[in-house]
Structures are given as structure tokens and as C-alpha cells.
Design a protein around this ligand. Sequence first.
Ligand code: PNW
Length: 476
Amino acid sequence: MPEPESPVTFPPAFLWGAATSAYQIEGAVREDGRTPSIWDTFSHTPGKTAGGETGDIANDHYHRYRDDVAMMADLGLTAYRFSVSWSRVQPTGRGPAVQRGLDFYRRLVDELLSHGIKPALTLYHWDLPQELEDAGGWPERETALRFAEYAGIVGEALGDRVEQWITLNEPWCSAFLGYGSGVHAPGRTDPEASLRAAHHLNLAHGLGTTALRAAMPARNSIAVSLNSAVVRPLTQDPADVAAARRIDDLASGIFHGPMLHGAYPETLFAATAAVTDWSYVQDGDLALIKQPLDALGLNYYTPTLVSAAPADGSGPRADGHGSSESSPWPGVNDVAFHQTPGERTEMGWTIDPTGLQDLLMRYAREVPGLPLYITENGAAYDDKPDPDGRVHDPERIAYLHGHLRAVRRAIADGTDVRGYYLWSLMDNFEWAYGYDKRFGAVYVDYATQARTPKSSALWYREAARNGELPPVNTIE
Ligand code: PNW
């Protein structure tokens, strides 16, 4: 029976945010000393992104940030999560910083603060300086050392005005879509390299956290954003349950194990033995990786449904992550991925808010007492302006309503969720999908760069203003 629509009210200090990332919105890729990142190279390589689209101009946010911040204020946001482009700050990925690059983020942050919007700064949202990739990229230990240096530079420059810090965004995507399936930059398809990348991303997080602590006031909060999967077995058959466990290790445990508990999941080594000997994990690394954190960021879109499959890899691979030859699941050839039943978004991702509640409950158990944030959640739809210029997206309102209600339920069950950042503030460059997939609460007309809040943005404004979810049908 559907539960009655009683008011869904949030704690007064709950943050109502929106998120973006540098390469997806900034444009201005050659300005003020910025050099190419792996995403510039990848998007300019024929066949890698839909329609050959790139982030060269994107939302031109680098030039329009003032108007964009004014728009955030109009929309009643109390927090904004953005990322810093590493190659704007350190064009070669090492050595002294470029002041003009840092100045952009200083101006952006000051603009946010002057509107009473809390900045949350992500250091790394997938745009590795190309020079570091040319030297081997994330499979090489050196990249983690370079990240620590970069973290210290940004911490030093902005630690006086940014309180909320996130080291890495979704290291799973960097490692396994970047070096495993190759659907993300740098587009390599090497299972061993993808596991090496995962370890060095973990190390980067640990060393970066230490560098931030040394560079910033102690009051600042340091977190990481994980896209830990909510993996469900198709049946309770032990073989399916074991398949789910293996995918969970590779999706979640491989990162939260070292970062939160100082250990890789025991089962991971045996499961990946055919692919790697893990010899690049040096003595002491796990202690460097496990640094005390102030919060954990979780990004959630859809759950993952799996079953055991014939070990020849002939089972269905409905995860949209490529063939078994180039897979984001190193060492796995006996797991089948299934479509979770139910309505889907434009990405083909099933809408299932219960997954978000399960995710929050899981981490409340995994790390009792650690404050949690939803650092991304949202949906792509094929939004189009009406003849009157307005953009109606009732599906997105329903998606946000369902997922925020799931967050509220998790809070009622005792999890300490401090805020929610919808993905995304505005339509933007959706990586390999180009500009076709629109995740924004604000519509972007790329021909004119005009921004138009969709009805979901107006709905979210009401939620933020009242600390309570409006019914789904209040905004036309
Ligand atoms: C996240 N997957 O990406 C990113 O953090 C955002 O930059 C992105 O725009 C957003 O979600 C929407 O896609 C993901 O294949 C990309 O599992 C792919 C996956 C997960 C997250």
C-alpha cells in the first residue's frame, strides 16, 4: 500500500546543494595557462565521445561563473560542489602553481561565499594532466605523489575560505572505466593497469588527505566521494550471492576497505589473482591510505543486479560497460549483469530510491558516527523547452522527490546524513555521451549559453526554502 503523503521534513542544518565538475562545465580549455588533461585528449580522439563532442566550450562557466553563482542563489541553494581542474593549477602536473589558475577558483569561492552558499571543493574529478598520463598515469605510483603535491597547493591557496574538501570523485570510474573498459579517458583496456590504478588512487587519497591537513586550518572537513555500488543478487542462490559479493568487492570494498579500514577485502586478492599479483602494494601503503576522515560522500544513481554465469563469459552483460574483452571488472568472467525492473531514465538506469536508502544504511554500519553526504544523485531526461520557453520535467521532480524521501527515511533510521547535492546544477558535458544527456536542474541552450531553470529547479528551491519536500505536483 502506498504510504500517505505526510510532510517530509529535513533537519534545519541540512545542506541543499547541487554539483558540477570542471571539465563538464568550464570550457576555456586553453586559457590562463591551462594545458590538456586526459579528457581533452580523449574527447578529441575520433570515436571516443558521441558526435565527437568535447569540453572545449562546454557551459563557458569559466567566463560566466558570476551569473551562474547568482542563479544558484536565486534557486535557494545552500551549498555547491565543484571541482578544480588540475592542469589549470599545475599545467605539467608537477612543480609550482599557476596563480591565474588558482585565482579563478578564489574568485568563484568568494562569489559563492558572498551569496551565503557553502563551497565543497573536489580536487580530482577525472581530469588528469596529460603530462602525467604520458608518464604512465594512475597505474604508476608517481601519480599519487604528484596528487599529494597538488592537494597541498590547493589546500594552501583556498583552505582559508573552503571548509569542505573532497579528495577524489568516484575513483571506481577513474580506474575501471579509464583503464579497464576504456569508455572514459585515457581509454586504456588493460585489467592489470586498472587494478594498479585503483591502488594508486587509494594512495593518492591518503597522501592527499595528509597534505591537506598540513596545509589547512584544522576546522576544515576532508572527505572522498565514492560511487559505491548497491549490488543485489538476482536470487538468494549461494552462487548468485557470491557473484554479488565479488562485484561489491570490486565496486566498493576495493576503495572503502583501504580508505576506511586500512585493508583490502580478503576475497579480492584471490578473485583477481589471474590478473595481478598486487606487488605494487608496498609495505606501509595501507597505513598511508587510511587517514581519519571528517565525512564520506556517496554518489548514487541506480542499483546493480547480478547473477552467477557460465565462466566462459557468455552470460549477458547488461551493465552497459563494454564487452567481456574490455570490462571494468578485472578478473570477472562468470558474473551476469541484469537490468533491474522498473522505469528508467534517459541513461537506461532504473529508478530505485530504495537503493539509496540501503546505501546510506550500509555506510552507517560500516563507519558508525561518520557524517554522510549524498554528493551526487540525479537523472537524465530528454528535456526540451516548450514554445513559451519553459522547461517542464515532471519525471525529474518525481526522481528527486523519491530519492530525497529515501534520504529522509535513512535519517529517521538513525543515519547522520548532513546534505544532498543534486547532479547536476545544469545540463553539461556528460563525458562519452556528449551533450545529449541532460542531467541539469537548469536547462542550457548551447547555441546561446542561455540558462533556464527547469520546473525541477523551482521544486527544489521550495524544498530548500522550507526544509520540506513539496508534493510532486505543486510546480507546473
Ligand atoms: C558520475 N557508471 O559518473 C560522475 O561523477 C558525473 O561526472 C557524471 O556526470 C554523473 O555521474 C552522471 O553520469 C558516472 O557507469 C559515470 O557506473 C558512469 C557510471 C557511474 C557514474
